[in-house]
Structures are given as C-alpha cells and as structure tokens.
Design a protein around this ligand. Structure first.
Ligand code: MG
Length: 374
C-alpha cells in the first residue's frame, strides 16, 4: 500500500458569544483543518491539523504540499519511517513547533489507516488498556457580561449533566478576582466534585504559588499551565511548593521538551495532545516517559471531534491514562462533525468507538455547512 495524496480542507464554526482564556485568546471562529491521507488501495485516513500555531493557509500548505510531497509513495503503515522522512527534511528544529503539529495530523490519519487495514480500533492497536475513559467538562471561560454567579451556574450545569470532574479558566483577572470566581464555582459544584483550574501559562511563579496555597483546603483537581511553557524552573518551583498537582503543558510539543518538564519535576500530570504532540506516535512516547516517573497522562483536547476521538483512543490505550478533556464550549465541529456520538455515560465516562481505525464517519452535511475553503 502506498500514500498517494494528502487532501486538506478548512472549516470554521462561528463562535456565538465572545469568550476568552487567561491569555486573552478570543476566537471569532472555532476553525479546523480537515486532513485526509489517501492511498492507492482506496483506504483513507482522516485527522485534524490543529490551528493553534499557524494560519490556515500556512498549515494547509505545510501538511498538503510539503509533507504530502515528502511522503507520497511511502507505505502508510510505516509510521516511524514517515516520521524520519519528515524530520530529516525539516532539519534540526523540526522536533518542536509547527513541523511537529503538521506531522501530528498526518500521523493520526496514518493510524486511522493502520486500524482500518487491521480491522481494529486504534486504541486496541496501541495496547487497549480500557474500553472507556472518564471525562471532565472543560469550560468556564471568561465571557462578556458574565459575573461569578453566572459562571458558577454554568459550572453547576455540567455536574447536573453527569460530569464528575470540571475545569475552568483563570489568569486573566487579578488574583483576588480570579479567587472570587473559583470560590463561587467551588460553592456551586459541591465538595465532591474536583475542580481543575487552568491559567494558560499566565501567572508569575510566585503568584501561582500564592493562589495554590490559598486553595489547598479545597477539592482542586489540578492547576494547569500555571506559568509560561518554557519557564521549566518556575513550574518546578510551583510544583514543589504546593500539594495541588501541576498539570501541563499542552503548549509543549516535543518529546524532549516533555522530558525536561518531567525530569525537572515541573509537572505532576502530563498533557500531550495527539493533534499537537506528534499524533499517536509522539504521544505514546510521552506517555511512556510519564509512566517511568509514575505520572498520569491526561491529554489536552480542545479542537474538533477528530482530535477529541483521537485523544480518547490514546488515553484509553495507555496504562497511565487519566481523564479525557471534553470541551463544553459551543462548537458544532465537535458536536456535529461525526455521525457517531461521543456521549457521557452514567458513570461519567466516554466509550471508545469500536469500529476500525478512529471508528468514526464524517457527517457530510456538517462538513459542507462549515466549509470555508478546500
Ligand atoms: Mg489548558
């Protein structure tokens, strides 16, 4: 079997109400690049290229033209050979940043092909640790005109929907105001529901420590990306100074970057993402690194349904898989992109699709409704 072509399409879902995180990321649309890797035997793999590090045109050209040109004619089942070809061509800086994000999409599509050829779900091919994964509701953004009470009611609604773990955003407001929001949410969700707080890298280490120590008596699941991604010493300082686990860093994309975070004890919970950290091939190496340090892996997943289902296969396949991130902010490219439903069950878990590969089918109506360019 040979790779013949990589096809890329650009979709975007308009955000209905302005929302932003601690970093001030305020998307007008929730975009995705839909990637299809075609083969000479008619098997096609699908994936998403994550638009977190480049504009659609740049990332599309990188995936379709640059990587597509390098891997045409290669065996789609030989994922490590594909990696090597791309990394050799991209040069010494290629194991991080834009190159690895582009390669992530191709890798996920190749694993979809591997599963389809084998007649097995990707999670089974990777190790099949469990058939479902517990999920947390990822939401609680800053929103125009939303006060702490409205935020608390929003977070409470996820508990009512069956979520047993929640996550909200911090880092945009002064510490005292963020603390007020957190306190309101904790009171609304009850002491039995652990709450993660995500600063998106916006706190100074001392401020992160002060905040963490204020919250040590509460049921805090983790403090996510407290400081800038490349401030490994700062993150280690925070981790050493509080009993609250430090989670991160979705903004680190390389295996060796994760090595620094893990070995220097800058994180207690490791957060790669199949759309950012080199697909399944990259993420399972990060998971093994974490396992060697007795750390759980809770993948980041905050784009379309394809990235969500990819991270579901990943977290269900590894022995140290922890929670699945289930974004609850409005996005039809998550909720309506697939014909299959990725729903929360009565135990607060999401089942891994049992079809071959990623086990999903794109909804052609949704693809055409949100299509921007092809
Ligand atoms: Mg995050």
């Amino acid at each position: 079997m040979r790779i013949t072509e990589i096809e890329v399409g650009y979709l975007a879902y308009p955000v209905p109400r302005p929302m932003w995180n601690g970093r001030g990321w305020r998307p007008a649309t929730r975009p995705m690049l839909l990637v299809r890797v075609h083969t000479d035997e008619g098997v096609t793999g699908v994936a998403e290229a994550a638009l977190t590090v480049a504009t659609p045109g740049v990332l599309a050209a990188l995936v379709r033209d640059e990587i597509g040109g390098l891997v045409r004619g290669m065996d789609p089942l030989a994922v490590e050979a594909v990696w090597q070809r791309v990394l050799d061509a991209a040069g010494s800086a290629s194991r991080a940043g834009l190159a690895i994000v582009a390669l992530s999409a191709v890798d996920v599509a190749l694993w979809d092909i591997r599963g389809k050829v084998a007649g097995l779900p990707v999670a089974t091919l990777l190790g099949g640790s469990r058939a479902r994964a517990p999920a947390y509701a990822s939401a609680g953004f800053y929103q125009e005109g939303q006060d702490a009470d409205e935020l608390a009611a929003e977070m409470r609604s996820y508990v009512e929907q069956g979520f047993r773990y929640l996550k909200m955003k911090i880092g945009w407001l002064p510490l005292r105001d963020d603390l007020e929001r957190i306190t309101a949410v904790l009171a609304a969700i009850g002491a039995d529901v652990p709450l993660a707080i995500d600063a998106n890298g916006m706190l100074a280490p001392k401020d992160a420590l002060r905040l963490a120590r204020e919250l040590e008596g509460a049921n805090i699941l983790w403090l996510e990306e407290p400081v800038a991604t490349d401030d490994v010493d700062g993150s280690a300082l925070v981790a050493a100074g509080t009993t609250i686990p430090i989670a991160g860093y979705e903004t680190e994309h390389s295996l060796r970057g994760f090595r620094e975070l893990v070995v220097r004890r800058a994180v207690d919970i490791v957060q790669p993402d199949v759309a950012l950290t080199g697909g399944f091939t990259g993420c399972r190496k990060v998971a093994a690194l974490a396992e060697a340090w007795n750390l759980p892996c809770a993948p980041h997943a905050f784009t379309s349904a394809l990235t969500l289902v990819g991270n579901l296969h990943f977290v269900a396949s590894i022995p140290n898989g922890y929670l699945l991130e289930l974004d609850r902010t409005p996005n039809a490219l998550r909720d309506e992109l697939l014909l299959e439903e990725l729903a929360l069950d009565a135990d607060g878990c999401v089942a891994v699709p049992d079809g071959p590969g990623l086990g999903v089918t794109l909804n052609p109506d949704t693809v055409s409704r949100y299509r921007v360019a092809w």
